[in-house]
Design a protein around this ligand. Structure first.
Ligand code: DAK
Length: 258
């Protein structure tokens, strides 16, 4: 039986997804994206999981869409099969927090995958680039939209138009990543963070994620309105009452994720 291109496991309340196509530097072909989507949806449905980590290999998180299979596609091939949208967009359906643990190359679609995650932890070896211009292509899995929102127009234009590669320190400085950690600590760090996050109330986490994502997608007044409604909804949550009472009673809260 062929080895899975994407591995999925549970570590307590943290779900771990590992891209497993090392010889091709985790180039993201349809099979990888189908399996990644299936793994994400399985962890989303698993009530025992509160946060998800996506990791790659040590040399590459993912070196982008699979150039080998794309090279001879026609417009009709990509249009009729709904390329990208069909299986790359699954990550947008995930309401639980998703953490990218990036070491080595995160290029093209690999960088776009990291950008689609909620938190990006970079190892010192991480390298980020959107080099599609070298192929006379463009970053088409959200790169031209998420990158400027993450790091601003000036830096995004520089990366996309010149194919400039950022090291981990630069990516951290620009706000593309959340934290930089030593390579040897990357996975432990990401899983520890996922476990910490997963111990919080899941509906509250999902509300925060939804609200922050709304900040990207709507004017401030709409976003504030959305946030206020989300806050009011917290008062319908058992966990919120438990959290506040536990604070007042100087004890650790027990959340039931309701
Ligand atoms: N696709 C296919 N194979 C890849 C690959 C990729 N993206 N990246 C690496 N590989 C393969 C290499 O061909 C090589 O295979 P073998 O020769 O051993 O069979 C193996 O992985 C090891 O790679 P290298 O020998 O090149 O390793 P190096 O250490 O020398 O270099 C590198 C590492 C990451 C700098 C280099 O591999 C590289 O530049 N890779 C390509 C990076 C890249 O250009 N990424 C962007 C891909 S384009 C669209 C929407 C979105 C997109 C496209 C269309 N539409 C809506 C239509 C997105 C496009 C992309 O992501």
């Amino acid at each position: 039986m062929p080895e899975a291109l994407v591995r999925r496991e549970a570590r307590g309340r943290a779900g771990l997804i590992t891209l497993n196509r090392p010889k091709q530097l985790n180039a993201l072909n349809d099979a990888v994206m189908d399996q990644l989507g299936a793994a994400l949806l399985a962890l989303e449905e698993d009530a025992g999981i509160g946060a998800i980590v996506i990791a790659g290999g040590t040399k590459a998180f993912a070196a982008g869409a699979d150039i080998d299979v794309m090279a001879d596609w026609s417009f009709m091939d990509v249009y009729q099969t709904n390329f990208i949208t069909r299986n790359w967009e699954t990550i947008r359906q995930i309401r639980k927090p998703v953490i990218a643990a990036v070491s080595g190359y995160a290029m093209g679609g690999g960088c776009e995958l990291a950008l689609a995650c909620d938190i990006v932890i970079a190892a010192g070896s991480a390298r980020f680039a959107l080099p599609e211009i070298k192929l006379a292509m463009l970053p088409g899995a959200g790169g031209t939209q998420r990158l400027p929102r993450a790091i601003g127009k000036a830096k995004a234009m520089d990366m996309c138009l010149s194919a400039r590669m950022l090291d981990a320190a630069e990516a951290d400085r620009y706000g593309l990543v959340s934290r930089v950690v030593p390579d040897a600590e990357l996975l432990d760090h990401a899983l520890t963070l996922a476990s910490q996050i997963a111990a919080f109330s899941l509906p509250a986490l999902m509300a925060i994620k939804e609200s922050i994502n709304r900040a990207w997608e709507s004017p401030l007044s709409e976003g504030i309105l959305f946030e206020r409604r989300a806050l009011y909804e917290r008062f319908a949550s058992d966990d919120a009452h438990e959290g506040m009472h536990a604070f007042l009673e100087k004890r650790t809260p027990t959340f039931h994720h309701r």
